[in-house]
Ligand binder design. Structure first.
Ligand SMILES: [Zn+2]
Length: 501
């Protein structure tokens, strides 16, 4: 669609806004199907941008293979598990930043939110950290749309921040929180704050605790399950909904660790839809942030379960789109790949056994806590003692077993070596090249457990950081055809801006 055409549409839109608004009040969205005016109007009124942090094809494919394996399906005949992989429009984007093919979430988020390349660590500013770029969310706000930002990690983390903040460094959590409170955006939902009091901030005149500052700026701040779920739209009310159970990094719990009555990414997304729905439309950015964290730690099962949590959030948008098919656009993408995850491992040759992952009962973070607590109770903890807990929580066993998780002598040796490292106080460990390649900066024993389980399933990892693998884009609804093809991540922004401008 060219710009002239869009300009004409804008004029048409302006002239007839009042008419449409009235017409929409009288009809529910789906009944307006076939309305000549609305069928000519290929501009979305409700825009969802979902970003699976660290999610590229290996993460998406692994979730689908796991689901297929659990249903007893033989891949590739296994059913597609994820709603967004069924979207009619699909593209692929490159993710490099201004200086590297291995970008971070700040630079890739800046590309998606503002259409500009920048350096790793920079939040919606140029490489010299002088010029602030205006995000699609701010453009939407200026257009009179309501705006929401949702994430499963802390709300001041890089990916959500690129939509409402401009700072030279992603580590300036306090300054990012201040800009959140000053943004005027209508809804924030998800994780808590990394630095609400500004303990790490060098700022001289701090406005105090960020939650209090947000309240002063008119935000209703809620942080219990009942209060979040009980939120109802109130005219002119800005809302900040925070998880009742801030976990590692002030994030939501990993999906694999979350209990039924604890808030999920889908809950925060659904609440956003309810609060933002209005005649002028809305823009919502939603991040599945812990897919990335699980992949940094090389924990496939935690990553897969968080892809499912992300998918559940996308489903809320699809349900909304089904009620407003003439007006809704959903774009789902990743910002970069994390972990160098791949489907295939030398030990399993031409086979995969994803069903073996089902014996993992908790995330690497929760198992780290188990290990830490056992070691603090008993510094002389033996390998056999920790191994019993490993068997209970990951299925790995020394005995013959029908689940295929019997360890070889080589694997047992690797586990014992990793346990000796974990037993050694952190400062006394010899962190040489081999140590780093084996464990990264993670707890050696836990990393080795997930590595071995993942390898038995046929999953390999190459890094504890990000990779330069291109990522997929899935689009559905009004204007979605624009997202077809192979292009750069900055183009996602340009296409969105064209569609809402
Ligand atoms: Zn990352």
């Amino acid at each position: 669609m060219n710009k002239k055409f869009l300009l004409c549409l804008l004029v048409l839109l302006t002239v007839t806004t009042a008419t449409f608004a009235n017409a929409n009040k009288e009809k529910s969205g789906s009944e307006s199907k076939g309305d000549l005016a609305s069928s000519q109007m290929e501009l979305p009124k409700y825009v969802f941008v979902f970003i699976g942090d660290g999610m590229a094809l290996p993460q998406v494919g692994s979730a689908e293979i796991y689901e297929g394996a659990m249903k007893g399906g033989e891949y590739p005949d296994a059913p597609r598990a994820l709603s967004f992989t069924k979207f009619p429009v699909q593209g692929i984007v490159t993710t490099h930043d201004s200086s590297s093919f291995i970008p971070d979430s700040a630079s890739t988020g800046t590309s998606i939110a503002t259409g500009h390349k920048t350096l790793a660590g920079v939040i919606s500013m140029d490489e010299k950290k002088e010029v602030s770029y205006k995000s699609i969310a701010k453009i939407a706000k200026d257009k009179g749309m309501k705006v929401g930002v949702v994430t499963s990690v802390s709300i001041d983390h890089a990916t959500p921040a690129v939509f409402y903040a401009n700072v030279p460094s992603r580590g300036m959590y306090y300054e990012i929180g201040m800009q959140l409170a000053e943004s005027g955006f209508d809804y924030f939902g998800g994780g808590s704050l990394a630095d609400p009091e500004g303990k790490k901030s060098k700022l001289e005149n701090k406005p105090g605790n960020i939650f209090d500052y947000a309240k002063k700026n008119g935000y209703k701040v809620v942080n219990t399950y009942a209060d979040v779920m009980g939120l109802k739209p109130v005219e002119g009310q800005k809302v900040w909904a925070v998880t009742e159970a801030p976990a590692d990094g002030q994030a939501l719990l990993y999906e694999i660790d979350r209990k039924e009555n604890q808030l999920s990414l889908a809950d925060f997304t659904q609440k956003g839809i309810e609060l933002l729905d209005n005649d002028n439309g809305f823009f919502m950015a939603i991040e599945g942030g812990k897919i990335d964290w699980a992949c940094h730690a090389n924990d496939a099962m935690a990553a897969i379960q968080d892809v499912f949590a992300f998918n559940d959030a996308v489903q809320k948008a699809i349900d909304f789109a089904n009620k407003h098919p003439e007006d809704t656009l959903i774009v789902v993408t990743g910002d970069h790949e994390t972990g160098g995850m791949t489907i295939g491992f030398s030990g399993t040759k031409y086979d995969s056994f994803f069903e073996k992952l089902q014996y993992q009962k908790m995330s690497y973070v929760k198992f780290d806590e188990v290990l830490k607590s056992e070691l603090s109770k008993n510094p002389e903890l033996t390998f056999d003692e920790i191994f019993n807990l490993t068997e209970a929580n990951f299925g790995l066993t020394k005995n013959e077993s029908s689940n295929g998780l019997q360890l070889s002598a080589y694997e047992l040796e690797q586990l014992e070596e990793a346990f000796m490292q974990s037993k050694t106080p952190k400062d006394s460990r010899n962190k040489n090249e081999e140590y780093y390649i084996s464990y990264g900066s993670y707890e050696p024993y836990t990393v080795k457990v997930t590595h071995i389980l993942n390898q038995k399933a046929g999953i390999g990892w190459t890094t504890y950081s990000h990779t330069g693998t291109p990522v997929p884009v899935y689009a559905y609804g009004v204007g979605s055809s624009n997202f077809n093809g192979y292009y750069d991540n900055t183009e996602i922004n340009k296409k969105l801006v064209e569609l809402i401008n």
